[in-house]
Design a protein around this ligand. Sequence first.
Ligand code: PGA
Length: 255
Amino acid sequence: MDKTKRNAVIAGNWKMNKTPCETTALINEMKPLVAGADCKVVLCVPFIDIPAAVEAAKGSNIEIGAENVHFKASGAYTGEISAQMLVESGVKYVVIGHSERRQYFGETDQTVNLRTLAAIQAGLTAIVCVGETLEQRELGYTETLLKFQTKMALTNVKAEDLNKIIIAYEPVWAIGTGVTASAQQADEGNGFVREAIAEVYGKDVADTVTIQYGGSMNAGNADELVAKINVDGGLIGGASLKAEDFSVIVKAASK
Ligand code: PGA
């Protein structure tokens, strides 16, 4: 398999952190540190921070993403944000189906699929999260679950639209816990996702899809993780809130 067929993408997921003023300051700090990176650099920020983030990132190699999107184009959905609203605001990427949304906000495989379709139809790149809990891993369901979640998320996505899809393999037990999957576990999980894509779209297509690892990736372990054949960058939570740490991860993916 030729890894050079794929873009490595390092995406920060700020979750519910940083005010608009703090957003401007952090992006200004990051810009010189990630300039010239040989991978894509994305920051997914809270909705309210998007204007400040887009403004601060202007003229740099940092692209801005959102952390969720609604699947309807418009209507009586109080508190929701549509894909077109994001596009008009300068957003290029959107995280969909993060395990925190699945766990705390009723996200299901069906709604993940609907959001994914809405995002790519609007021209956004969807960063779709999949991952097993510790209990599911211990029961031996990791492969089955990752393949199921991947196929469900991609239902009705056409092969020619897969260049607008990134899958992030994020083992739930590794998110925000400081427990990282070993490089081998990350590679294996990402490999299951790639196999699932191959089962639907064929191997040649699957080999072109960017599959990230996420879950306590940091400045100390990024090198080893992104070197793996199936790992095309990362989705970074905690370490994306620190300019220096985030830039070390970007550099690891640029090698
Ligand atoms: P973490 O979060 O890097 O803080 O573990 C990753 C994520 O939730 O995307």
